[in-house]
Ligand binder design. Structure first.
Ligand SMILES: O=C(O)CCC(=O)C(=O)O
Length: 311
């Protein structure tokens, strides 16, 4: 796999938790992807955001090509090595003058992965600026692990549960502006968000989420698609590969994966860690309690022995 990122960009990713911008495809290719996406919406009368879930990279031919594009795979490999799954993807679309926003959050909070290595490549299908609600990020925020999120369920929040970090200091936030065909790469712990679209065009991004093959799922067995190198671990099932553009098998897969992801029994990682600590504490207390019970038994035995002596 050819090297895509410079040493400086690799260092910047380690320091800041993101790299941006990186070129993937030409302006014309990006415009063609947009045309095909909007062609799907026009032909079916369905919005891409509402109907293409999690495995959209397998549903459209052009998206499947993007998910394996040597510039994307090369850049992600430069950061985490060449054995890679694409686990999920998502269209992030804001319509003209759209109030929709994305609260400050960390991707990793709900992904259930161990170790928490998930890297997102967010590719712009049209020009993305502050004016139309580009992504914003807080450099270095990825270094403090997973934080607890509150679930606001705000209808204008594009996140499925309106999950939000609290008390975020935005003073150092930077805008990730992109030209069509460019992408940003961000770490799963990076604090990031985006504001409403105040322009007269849509803002269209396609985010692809990659994990190295050694990463395990902590919320049951799931499937992903190998896009580079080898899977030497077997921690993931392998998604079926598309046999054609808009494959109905992939349609079913996308909707089943979406139901699994929205299942409210999946806890946030920060919450799950707290819960595990409480369970461990409970088990320790129980052990101590059992210890006392043994003491009571020996107390009774001693009392009986004493009774027998006195009789
Ligand atoms: O597109 C946006 O505004 C937010 C994207 C995002 O949160 C992500 O890709 O993780």
């Amino acid at each position: 796999m050819p090297k895509v990122l410079s040493d400086e960009q690799v260092r910047a990713f380690a320091d800041n938790g993101f790299v941006s911008p990186v070129v993937a495809i030409s302006l014309e290719e990006a415009a063609d992807c947009r045309r095909q996406l909007e062609g799907y919406e026009a032909e079916t009368g369905r919005s891409a955001v509402e109907t293409i879930h999690i495995k959209g990279h397998l549903y459209f031919d052009w998206a499947w090509r993007l998910a394996r594009h040597p510039r994307l795979i090369g850049a992600i490999s430069d950061l985490v090595g060449p054995d890679l799954f694409i686990m999920a993807s998502r269209f992030w679309i804001k319509d003209p003058q759209d109030r929709k926003f994305v609260s400050w959050h960390q991707d990793h909070a709900y992904f259930g992965l161990k170790p928490p290595t998930i890297i997102t490549a967010w590719l712009a299908l049209n020009e993305v600026t502050r004016h139309n609600g580009c992504m914003r990020a807080i450099p270095g925020s990825h270094r403090s692990g997973t934080h607890k999120h509150v679930e606001t369920h705000d209808k204008d929040n594009l996140l499925s549960r309106g999950q939000a970090l609290v008390d975020v200091d935005e003073s150092t936030a930077v805008d990730l502006v992109l030209k069509p065909g460019e992408f940003s790469i961000h770490h799963g712990h990076l604090f990031h968000s985006s504001e409403p679209n105040t322009s007269d065009d849509r803002r269209i991004g396609f985010a692809m989420m990659f994990i190295p093959t050694h990463v395990e799922s902590t919320i049951g067995r799931r499937a992903a698609t190998l896009v580079s190198g080898e899977d030497r671990y077997g921690y993931w099932d392998h998604d079926p590969l598309p046999t054609r553009d808009r494959d109905p098998v992939i349609w079913e897969l996308m909707h089943a994966a979406d139901r699994h992801y929205r299942d409210n029994t999946h806890r946030q990682d920060a919450e799950a860690t707290q819960l595990r600590a409480q369970i461990d504490k409970g088990l320790r207390e129980l052990d101590a309690g059992l210890g006392e019970e043994l003491d009571i038994e020996s107390f009774i035995r001693r009392a009986r022995e004493e009774e027998a002596r006195e009789a």
